[in-house]
Structure formats: structure tokens, C-alpha cells
Ligand binder design. Structure first.
Ligand SMILES: [Zn+2]
Length: 442
């Protein structure tokens, strides 16, 4: 008897819950769709969002959702939210000194402010390639802070003196009895000099929630001790990282500019190469043969630099800038699976040009190819995290069943790619996960 009463009460409760949680519907009426894959917009149609998913597309859906909140597109373009495949949510607004030695609360608040700005630029997802972004991600997912979806790598893993080792020379030699350096304590980067240590550091990032692992396989621009031409990890160390990540259902991405660093990484089983601006023709061919992803960036001569002229970082930046033309030429030649990212560091002003950097890609690709890269192609790259992806569902496309990350654009971005340079004016509606974060039509 009691059991039956309880069951009845439960069913009433559950029914009540179901009604209360009926997913909200938003209907984009009279829009032309860029679906993330096509070379052109569709004819005028309508798109229905239910909850956090795209539920239906077509002129007839209008009649099926009488209770939906209607956004009248008036012939504007509806497209997937943009994705930046190489981003550092924690390292845009602070200076390098602030990021490493400054107050952590301050750094997190700066990152929260930047996360909102990133979302307002139409970037609804970012793949974070290094930095302590787990807390920010949690706050965004909770709705406490507005920002993009984050695929965190956590701390980037480096060798002693490698890219990401920001210690001072006075901190050497390292002694096992010493505390970790400041950059390690805050989860910015971790030093590992043997396969065992690499494995441990990888597993630590995975435990923290990393959706992929980032290693620095060669020298880099912003780090003080690493020349650009050097190789960092041994093959065995790289393999240790790949093993640990693969066991966990995800993959390793490496920072690498040179042929040696790229080849060794591929031989170790690395799935994604970041940058590669200094590779040669044979290495590009190798990337293509192995079906490895390239996640590279348009480092442009005319873009402002955060590094003071005369510094070693400035000189290194010039060197990779000169490789930008080369790498996109090789991408075209070998049809490499190529993601779009910006890798902006230590400059809020530069971050405001995130959309401009995307538009600049038309030096090498058609506007449709550029937009496909920043949406469906980047979405495919995010999906490499498999079950370790923090967000279940398809991204970078407008299709039934995909997650509802959408932009309503004032005009046709395929006909005029420069629309993405001014998101404040041209992105009239910004939706992430079915929720409207901006609507300037009202
Ligand atoms: Zn980076």
C-alpha cells in the first residue's frame, strides 16, 4: 500500500518535473543558412531550436512550434558559431609576468572578462592549448560567467628549457626536494624530463579534466629559453604521452615548428601538429600521408606584436611570420586536414582582431573555405577528444540534432567575409547551447 502510494506520488512528481523542464523553443524564421559545409547559402528557410539542439530545419517548421520564441531573420544568414582551434583563455589579457607571478584571482577575473568578449565576437567554442582554464570552464558551464565552450588541455608539458619553461636560470639546478616552480603550481606548464614523468604529468592533466593533451615538441616564440630550431622531447617521451592519452580515450597535440619536431611527433603517434610554420615540402607530404591534423595560424607581418623589438621573442616571431605563407601553400598543395586558430597571447587588442584574422585567411582560401574551416572542420577536430569531449553533440554545423551554437549575421558572409571583422555590428544574434547571449534585433 505504502509502496503504491509512493509510486503514485513519484509519478506525479516526475510528470510535474517533465512539464517544468519542457525545453524552450526558439524559432529562427526567414533565414538563409550557411550550414558549415556548403559553398553557398540555402534559400530562405526556418530553423527550430529545442533545448540545446537544432530540432528541425525547413520552411514547414514554422507551423510545428506555435509556442516558440520567434526571431525574425528577415533574410539574414544563420550560421554555426565560430570555433578557435588554438586559444589560450587564461593568457590573453595578463602580461606574461602577471600570468606567472601575479595574483591568481586577478588572472581568473581577467580571463572571465575576456571569455565574455570572446563569445561576443561569435566564437562559441575554443580549444585551449595551455593554461589553467579548468576553473573558468567550470564557471562558464555553470552559467556564472558568460563565455565560449572550452576544450581544456590544462598545463602544457615541456622539457627543461623547452617552450613553456618560464623558470629563471637562478632556479636551476632542480632538486627533487624542492617545491614545484610557480608556473607549475598554478598549472600553466609542467616540466617533465623522462617518460615516467611525462606519463605522470599527462595523467594529472587528464584527472583535472583535460580533453586533449598538449606537449611542446620543439622551441617556441614566447618562452625565454628555447631557440626555435630545437627539438624537445625524445621519441620515448612522446610515446609515453601518447600512450597515457590514448588509454584515456583522447589524443596528444604538439607545438612544433620544425621538420624534426613534427616528424618525431608523428612517429610517436601524435594526432595533431600545432603551428608547423617552418616545415619543408617533404614534411608536409609526411603529414598528409599519415593523416595527421594540422592546427595552424595566420601569423601576419602587419599584426601588432606583444614582444618588445630587439627581444629574442620578437626575432623568433618574425621568423615564424615569414613561414605563414609557406605553411598555407603546403596546406593547399597536400590538402592537409587543417584547422583554424589564432594563438593570440598577452594582448587584449589583438584578441579584438580574432575575426579579422579569420577574414585574412582569404589570402589563401575562398571565403566559403575559410568559414568551413572555422566551423565544421574545427568541429571535427574537437570531436577527436571522443568521449573525453566536455560537451556531447555535434558542433560547427547547422543540421538537425547538432548543438545549437548559432550566429545570425547581417548579410551574407560568403559574399562578404569582412562581415566577421565587425562582430559587434554584424552578429545580430549569438546563441550558445540554445541560449541567446546577444540579440540586437530587439
Ligand atoms: Zn599556443
Amino acid at each position: 500500500m505504502l509502496k503504491a502510494t509512493l509510486a503514485a506520488a513519484m509519478s506525479i512528481l516526475l510528470a510535474g518535473t517533465a512539464v517544468a523542464q519542457a525545453p524552450a523553443e526558439v524559432l529562427f524564421r526567414d533565414v538563409r543558412v550557411f550550414d558549415g559545409k556548403s559553398d553557398r547559402l540555402t534559400a530562405a528557410t526556418s530553423v527550430l531550436v529545442r533545448g540545446n539542439q537544432i530540432a528541425a530545419i525547413g520552411p514547414a517548421v514554422v507551423a510545428t512550434a506555435p509556442g516558440a520564441t520567434v526571431i525574425d531573420g528577415a533574410g539574414r544568414t544563420l550560421m554555426p558559431g565560430l570555433i578557435d582551434a588554438h586559444w589560450h583563455t587564461m593568457l590573453i589579457r595578463p602580461s606574461p609576468e602577471q600570468a606567472i607571478f601575479g595574483d591568481l584571482g586577478f588572472t581568473n577575473l581577467l580571463a572571465g572578462a575576456e571569455a565574455r568578449a570572446t563569445l561576443m565576437r561569435g566564437f562559441t567554442s575554443v580549444r585551449d592549448l595551455g593554461g589553467p582554464s579548468f576553473g573558468l570552464k567550470q564557471a562558464i558551464d555553470l552559467g556564472a560567467v558568460e563565455g565560449p565552450r572550452i576544450w581544456p588541455s590544462g598545463a602544457m608539458i615541456t622539457v627543461t628549457s623547452g617552450h613553456g619553461d618560464f623558470r629563471m636560470q637562478s632556479e636551476l639546478p632542480r632538486d627533487a626536494s624542492q617545491a614545484l616552480s610557480r608556473m607549475e603550481q598554478i598549472g600553466g606548464s609542467m616540466v617533465a624530463d623522462s617518460p615516467d614523468t611525462v606519463r605522470q604529468r599527462v595523467r594529472e592533466q587528464l584527472m583535472l579534466g583535460a580533453s586533449q593533451i598538449k606537449l611542446t615538441a620543439g622551441g617556441g616564440v614566447s618562452s625565454p629559453h628555447s631557440p626555435l630550431d630545437v627539438s624537445a622531447f625524445t621519441l620515448e617521451e612522446l610515446k609515453a604521452a601518447v600512450d597515457a592519452a590514448t588509454n584515456w580515450g583522447t589524443y596528444v597535440s604538439v607545438h612544433a615548428y620544425t621538420p624534426t619536431a613534427v616528424r618525431r611527433s608523428i612517429d610517436a603517434g601524435v594526432k595533431v601538429i600545432e603551428h608547423a610554420h617552418l616545415i619543408d615540402d617533404a614534411t608536409a607530404k609526411y603529414i598528409a600521408e599519415k593523416g595527421v591534423w594540422l592546427s595552424t595560424q595566420p601569423f601576419l607581418a602587419e599584426e601588432a606584436q606583444p614582444f618588445p623589438p630587439g627581444s629574442s621573442q620578437y626575432q623568433k616571431k618574425q621568423q615564424v611570420v615569414s613561414g605563414t605563407e609557406v605553411i598555407y601553400g603546403l596546406v593547399r598543395k597536400y590538402r592537409l586536414k587543417t584547422a583554424f586558430g589564432t594563438d593570440i597571447l598577452f594582448s587584449e587588442a589583438q584578441a579584438r582582431r580574432q575575426g579579422s584574422l579569420l577574414a585574412a585567411m582569404t589570402r589563401w582560401f575562398t571565403p566559403a573555405e575559410v568559414l568551413q574551416m572555422a566551423t565544421s572542420t574545427n568541429g571535427e577536430l574537437l570531436a577527436l577528444s571522443g568521449l573525453r569531449s566536455p560537451y556531447a553533440g555535434k558542433l560547427g554545423v547547422v543540421e538537425e540534432g547538432a548543438l545549437a551554437d548559432l550566429l545570425l549575421v547581417e548579410g551574407d558572409p560568403i559574399a562578404n567575409i569582412r562581415l566577421v571583422e565587425d562582430p559587434e555590428r554584424n552578429f545580430r544574434v549569438i546563441m550558445k547551447d540554445g541560449r541567446v547571449y546577444k540579440n540586437s534585433l530587439q
